[in-house]
Write a new protein. Structure first.
Lengths: 489, 486, 98
């Protein structure tokens, strides 16, 4: 059967590193990129006799995430040990939450091809990160040895488990992007897949369309970008379909995505059933969340992306494309809102500038919204200058870039660089006259009927005026002068 | 003067008066250790050089009058308590050369108080045992009779105090590992309320049962040491934040009207007749001083041992998993690949009793067996605790024998795990319930071995436990200390 | 609770990353069975509706503020490292050889 005759069933397990200053159970810093084993202490190194103490902020962030994903926050939750041996696991157990996680039963909404999709969130729990292994070869399997760095060991994570509600690899990618957007909005994680602060494992199975019993699933690991998530699932879905078509059974196993080869591979490690022997963590006491604590956090949540999106459509009348782009990033959205709070004449204009020049310059210079030097009031002021005809849109681009690089006010830049638009009739008349004098050939062509040459002549007016001539007036006056000439001939 | 015969409180007076220096005290103990160690093997590591330096610092503190009750008094520490840069071996090959880069919290308190540390004492490997016979460094002998075990797992600490190698020592107690050796060597040993003393830096056996506690020759001296180490620790999430009283202050409270519970379940067939006699004598002594003796029931206490061996081994199987040869400790030379390295490192590093308990604990937690073993044991644990809660509505303290018999000979029980485990039958209940218990000498057997009597109190009731013990001690007098032929 | 077989002992030893010789497996099977027999007495205790007791302290919500504390100097971290390479802990290849 072709893939279209199957229903694809996908569930995702997403791990997000929480943006706390210190680790989950000790005071070591969580900052990224330090030299190996310089951000560890006896506790996260797992030295015997050390004990964990829970980071309050991590609990707050987990509750925030749960509320933003519409979960029930469990009043009572506890920690459990997940026991397994691996060189990057310093205690040979991970402190996690097994049967009483902090959040459960939520959901997230997003749009796929214009249609609304709802994916259930089964649970969210807190757990600690393991260290990092660097392999001597190009992969685990062809390495003679590995090097262990425990800087990441103990960093707080939330694991977000989705219901198997996702029905396509594209949906999976959009789900991930939505989660990322929400988590960044509420400030609990910076969700950078390239830094490992956001990771994803996927479970996928196929069943014939119309069936109700899920097929055998496989788990996929090692997808290191949103694009990889989609591609890996597309590959795996095809792989399942081919196997099912030829009457073969799907082996329930864990597979790794190889981005270079574009395929999934069975993981060669001995596949004993993972018996993690979960039991309650004796070194930590339970967490009992008071209603007030949860309500306070709920009240402190910012407007979430989905709400903002709707508001931008209704309140600002922006098209969906604009609203989606701007609300995707909370900082960007707040910047936009700061500008339109001052300049409320034309929301679309602001949106255009943001989506255009603003984002272009940010990308070129590799900076974030928070680092941008243009104050919202200056942005608004620039638009006003355009409205007043002090600068043309072309000059505005120059001014904008200068504002971006220096943070100076638009008025100052215009004065310093003498960019005030020339709107004085006699000045323009003079420039027009000069251009006509200096360009006999093109003028003759125009008078001979080649209308297109006007563009060139207008260009010459702009050039001569160093771009400052009011383009509409330049156009008008040039046409007038040429018409006069034609009359006189 | 014979420094070794002076009690801690007498030494305090002499130090404060300037009639003696800490250095002299430490030197006297060093000389004693050097004479007696070949026979006893109480210590794994001796830290004499540092101890003398600490003694000088203590003397300075005393001169400046910035000292406290135990400043200048030397102490021995069980070798599962982390000491900065000093080998902390847990008497195991696995940690034979391990030097922690940090101090346990109790060690910080000891160092702050200016107590010179004489050395790290021998123990059953990773605190698993009741005789110190499982130590990688050979057993410690009972100073009362060198053919007998000193008890375990804190055998070295107990022997060192009984043999006058140290006036004070610290041990740990998970199922009786302070109280049983205290009983076998005729000294006082306390397992405090769970959470009273910080566990930070103490290599864990069973996290929900372990506590650090004092060894001393008398009740008062043990109370002084308990006061020092019983502090809230923010680095231990199971540390209680209640204010701690000065345990020395309430010792002399009399026992008039004290309700003393005697549980019938602890006076069973396997109990040695002389032990029973000594314990009943202690109970009578309290009665004579005005206490009220009440028969009580602890119906689930006969299941305590079976409960303990599931809970403790389950927790230890997880606690000992970090010994994998990657970051510290022994590493096998069989390094074909990581899994092989783990398996051989652990096979080489652990002794048979440790392996046995890891296996039992792993099994009890494994899929399909968790409910039947671990979960079941946790429920029985709750019932054991509730027995005590009910009993303590009727009585203020409970008196029992500490052990069913006096010390046994080397090799007698080490082949049969169950026989060995049975020596903890009276002590494991207090650990499971998290309540404090003390063992003190109640007499000598006809073959000149000490008999211990145990006093159990409700959670955080160390004061009444200590004052009861103090009354018994006053009435019965001291059994003395063994004369070691050196 | 039934008795434990040699196969199960091997499985558990694997889970616990303990290499046991054939003789040790025999001995371990025997001692574990003895101990499990001893443990059977727990079966006779009625534990219906009893809450398991995992902690011996009545504490909840023990937490700390999100404040960074100084980490260990790397020399201290490596003090007991069995095999150190340029600030890393080195381990033999992670996947079992075929």
């Amino acid at each position: 059967m072709p893939l279209e005759d199957y229903t694809i069933v996908i569930g995702l397990e997403v791990h997000a590193e929480l943006a706390t200053d210190s680790k989950l159970f000790c005071g070591c810093s969580t900052s990224f990129g330090s030299e190996a084993n310089t951000q560890i202490c006896p506790r996260c190194l797992g030295l015997p006799g050390t004990l964990p103490v829970l980071n309050k902020k991590a609990v707050e962030y987990a509750v925030r995430a749960g509320l933003a994903l519409d979960c029930k926050i469990n009043k009572f939750s506890k920690f459990d040990r997940k026991n397994y041996f691996y060189p990057d696991l310093s205690k040979a157990y991970q402190i996690s939450q097994y049967d009483q996680p902090i959040c459960e039963h939520g959901h997230v909404e997003f749009y796929v091809g214009g249609e609304k999709k709802v994916v259930g969130i089964t649970r969210i729990h807190l757990e600690e990160e393991a260290g990092k292994s660097i392999h001597s070869g190009t992969s685990i399997s062809d390495s003679d040895f590995s090097l262990e760095d425990y800087n990441r060991s103990g960093i707080p994570l939330i694991e977000i488990v989705s219901e198997p509600d996702i029905r396509s690899p594209e949906e999976a990618r959009i789900y991930m992007e939505t989660l990322r957007s929400i988590l960044r909005y509420i400030g609990v994680s910076d969700c950078k897949m390239e830094e490992g602060s956001l990771r994803c494992d996927a479970n996928i199975s196929l069943m014939p369309k119309g069936a109700t019993v899920f097929g055998t699933r496989t788990e996929i690991k090692n997808m290191n970008s949103f694009r990889a998530v989609q591609k890996a699932l597309e590959y795996e879905a095809e792989r399942h379909a081919k196997l099912l078509d030829s009457g073969e059974k799907i082996v329930q196993e864990t597979r790794t995505w190889d981005d270079n080869l574009g395929i999934t591979l069975s993981m060669r490690s001995k596949e004993e059933a993972h018996d993690y022997r979960y039991f309650p963590e004796p070194d930590l006491v339970p967490v009992i969340l008071e209603d007030e604590f949860v309500t306070d956090i709920k009240n402190s949540l910012p407007e979430l992306p989905a709400e903002k999106f709707r508001r931008y459509l209704e309140e600002f009348g922006l098209p969906e494309y604009d609203a989606e782009l701007i609300t995707a990033d909370r900082d960007l959205a707040e910047y936009f809102e700061a500008v339109v709070a001052i300049y409320n004449k034309d929301y679309k204009a602001v949106s255009n500038w943001i989506m255009g020049e603003f984002m272009r310059l940010m990308n070129e210079q590799g900076i974030e919204v928070g680092e941008v030097k243009i104050k919202p009031e200056d942005f608004a002021a620039m638009l006003k200058l355009m409205d007043e005809g002090v600068i043309s849109s072309k000059i505005a681009k120059v001014v904008f870039e200068e504002m971006f690089n220096t943070g100076k006010e638009p008025k100052t830049i215009v004065e310093e660089k003498g960019l005030v638009q020339i709107s004085d009739s006699s000045a323009i008349e003079q420039i027009v006259a000069d251009v006509i004098k200096d360009n006999p050939g093109p003028v003759a062509e125009y008078l001979g009927g080649k209308d297109k040459v006007l563009g060139f002549l207008v260009g010459q007016v702009m050039k001569l005026s160093k771009g400052k001539a009011n383009p509409q007036m330049a156009n008008e006056f040039l046409k007038k002068a040429l018409a006069e000439l034609s009359k006189n001939q | 003067m014979d420094i070794l015969k002076k009690s801690v409180l007498e030494l305090r007076e002499l130090l404060d008066k300037g009639e003696i220096s800490s250095r002299e005290i430490v030197q006297a103990y060093i000389d004693r250790i050097e004479k007696t160690e070949p026979k006893l093997n109480s210590f794994v590591t001796l830290t004499f050089e540092e101890a003398l330096k600490d003694a000088d610092r203590a003397d300075e503190m005393i001169r400046n009058k910035t000292h406290t009750t135990l400043t200048g008094i030397p102490i021995a520490l069980k070798d599962n308590i982390s000491t900065y840069h000093v080998k902390t071996t847990c008497s195991s090959k696995m940690l034979e050369n391990y030097r922690p880069p940090f101090d346990a919290t109790v060690v910080k308190l000891i160092k702050q108080a200016g107590m010179p540390i004489l050395g790290k004492t021998n123990m059953d490997e990773f605190a698993m045992g009741s005789s110190t016979e499982t130590s990688y460094f050979g057993p410690t002998k009972n100073p009362w009779n060198l053919e007998y075990v000193p008890g375990g797992s804190s055998g070295g600490s107990a022997a060192s105090v009984a043999a006058k190698q140290a006036p004070l020592a610290l041990g740990t107690d998970t199922g009786g590992s302070i109280r049983q050796p205290a009983a076998f060597t005729g000294i006082v040993g306390i397992k405090p309320t769970y959470g009273l003393v910080s566990r930070y830096g103490v290599v864990p056996f069973a996290s929900s049962l372990d506590q650090v506690g004092p060894f001393a020759r008398t009740v008062a001296e043990s109370a002084a040491l308990l006061s020092l180490i019983a502090q809230y620790d923010k680095y231990d999430s199971t540390s209680l934040n209640n204010p701690r009283p000065d345990y020395l202050r309430s010792l002399e409270k009399d026992v008039k009207g004290l309700r003393v519970g005697v549980p019938k379940e602890f006076f069973i067939d396997g109990l040695d007749a002389e032990v029973e006699q000594a314990v009943r004598k202690a109970v009578k002594a309290l009665e004579d001083q005005g206490a009220e003796i009440v028969d009580i029931e602890l119906p689930h206490s006969d299941k305590a041992l079976a409960t303990y061996y599931i809970v403790a081994t389950a927790e230890c199987s997880s606690n000992l998993a970090r010994f994998d040869g990657v970051r510290f400790g022994h590493r096998s030379e069989n390094t074909k690949d990581s899994v092989t390295m783990f398996k051989h490192t652990r096979a080489e590093g652990f002794g048979p009793e440790v392996k046995r308990r890891i296996m039992l604990g792993t099994y009890a937690l494994s899929a399909g067996y968790y409910d039947a073993y671990y979960l079941k044991a946790l429920k029985v644990r709750r019932l054991i605790k509730e027995d005590f809660d009910k009993a303590f509505t009727k009585v203020d303290v409970i008196i029992t024998p500490t052990t069913p018999s006096t010390a046994f000979k080397f090799g007698e029980k080490v082949q049969d795990p169950i026989a060995m485990y049975l020596s903890d039958v009276f002590t494991t209940t207090a650990n499971l319930a998290g309540i404090p218990a003390l063992s003190m000498p109640a007499g000598l057997s006809s073959n000149n071995l000490p008999i211990g009597v145990q006093i159990i109190a409700p959670s955080l009731a160390e004061e009444v436990m200590l004052s009861t013990a103090y009354s018994i001690e006053k009435a019965l007098g001291s059994i003395g200390l063994p004369e070691l032929e050196v | 609770m039934s008795s434990i077989t040699k196969e199960t002992v091997c499985y558990v030893a694997d889970l616990a990353r303990l290499y046991l010789t054939d003789e040790e497996i025999e001995q371990m099977t025997e001692s574990l069975n003895k101990i499990l027999e001893f443990e059977e007495q727990l079966n006779s205790v009625n534990t219906d509706n009893v809450e398991p007791m995992a902690h011996a302290v009545p504490l909840n919500n023990v937490m700390r503020e999100d404040v960074v504390e100084e980490s260990m100097p790397i020399r201290e971290a490596m003090l007991n490292a069995p095999d150190e390479v340029e600030g890393f802990f080195r381990v033999p290849r992670i996947i079992e050889k075929d």
